[in-house]
Design a protein around this ligand. Structure first.
Ligand SMILES: Cc1cc2nc3c(=O)[nH]c(=O)nc-3n(C[C@H](O)[C@H](O)[C@H](O)COP(=O)(O)OP(=O)(O)OC[C@H]3O[C@@H](n4cnc5c(N)ncnc54)[C@H](O)[C@@H]3O)c2cc1C
Length: 417
């Protein structure tokens, strides 16, 4: 029997979840699934803040930290993995073209290349700051922080985190919680490291309700995070950052220079270049327009999901989160099965509001579950359950159990209640 060739571009949340769901479906013996990705791992990004701040004085933990977040793509029977970036898709001949010029033919293509960090062209960010997007970024941040806290100088060190959305805030909170734990153990001097979180908005975590934002702010203050809200990052230099105060939404002309030992940016995301190069219809902000079945408007055999997709005529723009990518992967997998078995496709239903749980250092989180505001230890436990749910949804049972137990154990080393 000839197999239907399914080529998945991007093995992150969306792409990898589609592959795993297809291989567990009724048509698994009728398909050949290939994932094409320049990275050999599907990264569990919600744990990157743990990798970046984990075991700062224990170099031996490095491998364990990464083992929990990175799912290696070449380890699954049934998935062929091609380690390369694609540079275009030829939808007429039905080929995906790799960076080395080779072509991979497909019958059905799934496009899930995600997004890249946006630094808004702020001078110095590329040279002197690191963004938290991939595992390699998290490891680089961890190495730099580890060197800083072990430096022989006694001068207070300042780490600036620009962007108080979910990733920047989670990282700031966990870093400070780790530093407090090291202070308690006498491993570093009290208040030797200051962590400053800056954002142009008036509070961190604008996606939360005012009530939950207050809870989060109180937690960050208790931990000792220095909050500089209504403040825009104007530039980054080797040992300083330039900050602009924002008054009534307008950044001041004056730039205040603040000393800084290390700057991490979490300013938002934009579309990768490959998306701009593809000739599919796009939303004005660059995401690829898809129909309710998550297919590009021009070709019924190309699906797009995750950060790169925008539902055409949708009621709301879907947030660019793993949650959305995974939810969409269920629809894409079902629709591929439907195409092959010649059944009607199912439609993706947008949600007005998504549950959200943001880790706030140690055994603490804040957010909304089943529409109900939740914070503290209960929210932390729920957040860990959400992490576990993902691994159980895409990995074989034993492998998911090992990953969850090991992840929670290795990250728990930083956590004090
Ligand atoms: C630090 C951090 C923390 C986060 N925390 C959360 C959270 O707690 N909860 C949540 O819901 N979301 C979270 N997110 C957002 C979440 O990671 C993304 O929304 C999600 O990864 C999007 O899934 P995706 O499949 O679209 O893309 P990704 O998961 O980013 O996967 C894209 C894949 O495409 C590959 N790729 C890129 N270009 C090419 C190319 N040219 N050819 C082939 N392959 C290519 C990439 O290597 C990558 O593997 C976080 C993001 C970050 C950075």
């Amino acid at each position: 029997m000839t197999q239907t060739r399914i080529v998945i571009v991007g093995g992150g949340f969306g792409g990898f979840s589609v592959a795993r769901r297809l291989l567990r479906s009724s048509i698994s013996n009728r398909i050949a699934v290939t994932i094409v990705d320049p990275s050999s791992a599907s990264v569990y990004t919600p744990w990157l803040y743990e990798v970046a701040s984990g075991g700062l004085l224990e170099d031996s933990l490095r491998a364990d930290l990464v083992r929990a977040t990175d799912i290696l793509l070449d380890q699954f029977s049934g998935i062929r993995f091609r380690k390369c970036a694609i540079q275009s898709v030829d939808p007429v001949v039905r080929n995906v073209i790799c960076a080395d010029g080779s072509a991979i033919p497909y019958d059905i293509c799934v496009f899930a290349v995600g997004s890249v960090s946006n630094n808004f062209g702020i001078p110095g960010v590329k040279q002197f700051a690191t963004d938290l997007k991939r595992t390699s970024d998290a490891l680089m941040i961890r190495t730099e922080l580890s060197n800083i806290i072990q430096s022989s100088s006694t001068k207070t060190k300042r780490i600036v985190i620009a962007g108080a959305g979910a990733s920047g805030t989670e990282f700031a909170a966990e870093l400070v919680a780790t530093i407090r734990a090291l202070e308690k153990r006498g491993a570093i001097a009290h208040r030797f490291v200051e962590v400053m979180l800056i954002d142009s908005a008036d509070t961190p975590l604008q996606m939360l309700s005012p009530f939950l934002r207050k809870k989060a702010q109180a937690r960050l203050r208790d931990l000792g995070v220095v909050l500089r809200m209504n403040t825009a990052l104007a530039n980054v230099a080797e040992h300083s950052v330039g900050l602009k105060r924002i008054v009534k939404g307008i950044p001041s002309e004056k730039i205040e220079t603040v000393s800084c030992d290390y700057c991490v940016t979490a300013l938002g995301v934009k579309m990768p270049e490959i998306v701009a190069l593809l000739l599919f219809e796009k939303h004005p902000k660059g995401r690829i327009l898809v129909d309710d079945a998550l297919r590009v408007l021009e070709y019924r055999d190309i699906f797009v999901l995750g950060d790169a997709a925008f539902v055409n005529n949708g009621k709301y723009p879907d947030p660019q989160t793993a949650q959305v990518a995974v939810e969409q992967s269920i629809v894409v997998a079902k629709n591929i099965v439907a195409m092959i078995t010649k059944r009607p496709v199912v439609l993706y239903r947008q949600r007005k509001a998504w549950d959200i749980l943001i880790a706030l250092g140690g055994k603490h989180a804040v957010g909304k579950a089943f529409g109900v505001p939740i914070w503290g230890y209960t929210a932390y436990i729920l957040r860990r359950l959400v992490d576990a749910r993902y691994f159980f949804s895409v990995l074989p049972l034993w492998s998911a159990c090992v990953r969850v137990v090991k992840g929670v154990a290795v990250y728990g080393k930083n956590e004090t209640p």
